[in-house]
Design a protein around this ligand. Structure first.
Ligand SMILES: CC(C)(COP(=O)(O)OP(=O)(O)OC[C@H]1O[C@@H](n2cnc3c(N)ncnc32)[C@H](O)[C@@H]1OP(=O)(O)O)[C@@H](O)C(=O)NCCC(=O)NCCS
Length: 163
């Protein structure tokens, strides 16, 4: 499965399935998530969690998940998407777990989202879900531009005395 799209600077961005040789580039991009993490989470736990999950998927992807990379001269971004059941109906749908690009505004994000949505459509899913950290206003606007609307707000209470 491959797609191409026009970027903001009108060069073509290709999107393809990730391979193990993309690991270093993907893990470097995943470091962006510690920049936009919730304030109470440490950068270390976010980085370590990203590395653990993404390495596992690149090494042994299950049939219900995929990582795609956007490319121009090199890897410009990645998206990790998997299928999970709807709480109410049990129906599988696509969940976009992670997306990050090297340069904001290049069009790579849109191209990766289009690929994740195509993956979902090809699998017969009716909808795509994702989470966005409340402080990540840039990403929230990006998703709104692409037609995503708010369904849930996930709340946390830190139990700081519990060890
Ligand atoms: C969020 C992110 C993936 C967006 O990728 P991007 O490559 O900058 O997005 P694109 O350039 O493809 O933009 C796609 C569309 O969204 C719009 N858009 C992007 N950011 C926007 C913003 N902050 N406000 C309004 N619109 C925005 C663009 O204008 C574009 O619309 P257009 O094609 O009609 O011009 C990127 O900023 C990123 O990697 N952020 C750091 C990691 C992160 O926060 N990931 C999300 C975690 S939930």
């Amino acid at each position: 499965m491959e797609t191409e799209s026009r970027s903001g600077d009108s060069q073509r961005i290709g999107v393809r399935a990730a391979v193990r040789a993309d690991e270093d580039a993907i893990l470097a991009l995943a470091r962006r998530f510690s920049e936009t993490r919730p304030a109470w989470r440490s950068a270390e736990e976010v980085d370590e969690g990203e590395m653990r999950v993404l390495r596992r998927v690149l090494a042994q992807p299950a049939s219900h998940e995929a990582i795609f990379v956007a490319e121009r001269d090199g890897v410009e971004g990645f998206v990790y998407v998997y299928a999970e059941p709807d709480f109410f109906t049990g129906e599988p749908h696509a969940h976009i777990s992670e997306i990050a690009v090297a340069r904001d505004g290049s069009g790579a994000g849109r191209a990766l989202m289009a690929m994740a949505e195509r993956w979902a459509t090809d699998r017969g899913h009716r909808y795509v879900s994702l989470h966005v950290n409340a402080a990540n206003e840039r990403a929230a606007r990006f998703y709104a531009t692409l037609g995503y609307d708010l369904e849930w707000q996930r709340l946390n209470k830190r139990l700081s005395d519990v060890t």
